[in-house]
Design a protein around this ligand. Sequence first.
Ligand code: BTN
Length: 257
Amino acid sequence: MSLPGPARPLGHTIHALATVDSTQIVAARLAASGATEGTVVTALHQTEGRGRRGRPWLDKDGESLLMSVVLRPPVPPGQAPQLSLVAAVAIVDALRTFGELSAAIRWPNDVMVGERKICGMLPEATTSGPGAIGHLVLGIGLNVNQAAFVEPLTALATSVRMETGHVHDLARVREAVLAALDRWYTRFLAMGVEGLREAWLERSQSIGRRARAGDGRVGVAVDLADDGALVIRTDDGEMVRILAGDVTMEAADAARH
Ligand code: BTN
């Protein structure tokens, strides 16, 4: 029996561009005009790179993997953030192929090495009628060949080069990320979040850490729910499910109070 999966491997068509406003914008335009699932846009530099919560995502020419992947998951729009879980597990796997690089997931969208961020993800979905995603553009910004970061990022960001001690070929990094993403996305299509849960927990640095929900409740992250919510045990002993964007993870030295 064949499992449901993307029509063709992710990355079957790659638009490798030099400078763009944002690969998210280019990929969304392609998706709107019918680009199939797995179409990928990369750029060496973005002039209007965007991060989560409307923040800019800055880069220097040729230093990062700046990539947007067109997906058409058959899930309701409310489940779009689950694609960040898929991507995060895949990025950690891809980074493991580059040597002793101990990356871990900070819920929901960051991949970290220790307390420094190495990769961010941005899933942006459009709806097509009630209850269905038209397309979802999954943006990935992975720091690859930065030799150092300047303030205020020095203590906050790292790159594959800084962690491994040498420069990496961006095309090879892209292939490693796409191969891992294809694997985990195929599993997600077949099994939903349940198919990722164990892998996510094993790769997470958030479990056991203090977390603060948007409504002010504070507790310790204890699990990933089957809809992708983070489960927190509050200081009052209550189990609370928190959805993406509604929680702040505290740093390691604040953990395990
Ligand atoms: C975050 O804030 O952590 C998410 C960052 C996502 C950045 C990537 S880079 C490729 C794609 N194009 C964009 O403009 N943003 C995403």
